[in-house]
Design a protein around this ligand. Sequence first.
Ligand code: Q9C
Ligand code: ZN
Length: 351
Amino acid sequence: MKIFLNSRHAQHAGRQEMFRGRMVDCHEVPARLQHVLDELARRPVGTVLTPAPDLPLDAALRRVHSAEYLDFLSCAWNEWVAMDTANAERDALPSVWPLAQPHAFRTDAPPQNFAARLGQYAFDSGTPLMAGSWTAAREGAACALAAAQAALAGERCAFALTRPPGHHAGPAFMGGYCFLNNGAIAAQALRDGGLARVAVLDIDYHHGNGTQTIFYERDDVLTVSIHGDPRTEYPFFLGHADERGADAGEGFNLNLPLPRGTGIQAWLGTLQRALQAVSDFAPQALVVPMGLDTFEGDPISGFTLRSADYLQVGRALASLGLPTVITMEGGYAVAEVGVNAVNVLEGFVTA
Ligand code: Q9C
Ligand code: ZN
């Protein structure tokens, strides 16, 4: 297995996120990735590499994200500081949004004020943006692209070991700790590398809303997500079972929401349904946005998987026999995220 490490991940290190009326310490911290690296040093299930510096990254980003959004992200920090030099000491967070209700707000007359523009692109106030966020997110996307290229070149499994995560980021939106959708970038790169059909199977605790939105009208990329029921779980406004895709994409999105408290038995049963749907689609490659926030000890999630369960998860993913790109998504039980992530990888490679 090739493992592409984001060597710039620590340049993104948010301080606090808004949670129920107060600022709380960020859950999505650099130590998460270090724990995975430490565990990989103990159990070397693959070769740790960094992506080549000359990958066609900008082209790959534009295949998934709008040019306007990419411009916004690349300039965001400078514009935040330009508002007020004191902002250099503060992370950027939005606090006002154009709520989508009839005749309420216009989206065709974008404001110039940067704090307002942030509300055009960010769907929550839990995703702080700082000086190094763009650099870190961009290098993470390079890891996803490198992993896709490795899979195209015949690698059975390639892992993008990166943060910030990606699966909540859409064509022109950020949120849920995500800026660039690494899984979608990998899936699109696999398509552009000549594969006719690619499946994305998202196993993060939270619905992969960004990925769903990106591919919603397409029949060449199947999107499947197993997640906490959005009636009670973040991101709340997408992820229901009746979202099946639109237009040409109708029937090519599958949501499998599960109630808070779901344990490994029911979760694995649902994974079997997901694997059957993937297999029925007959893809040439699989992308797995891998969240470890299904763990029983996760501080912000509600499933009860245990560390040893992740070996079974990896084995089940491998059972499809497909070239597979795995991207690192959530997982906030920081001390255990290394063991849990490497258990999935070990389960996969020893299957
Ligand atoms: N202020 C991932 O696991 N929590 N993202 C709500 C809002 C957001 C999780 C807090 C959870 C996002 C990749
Ligand atoms: Zn998550």
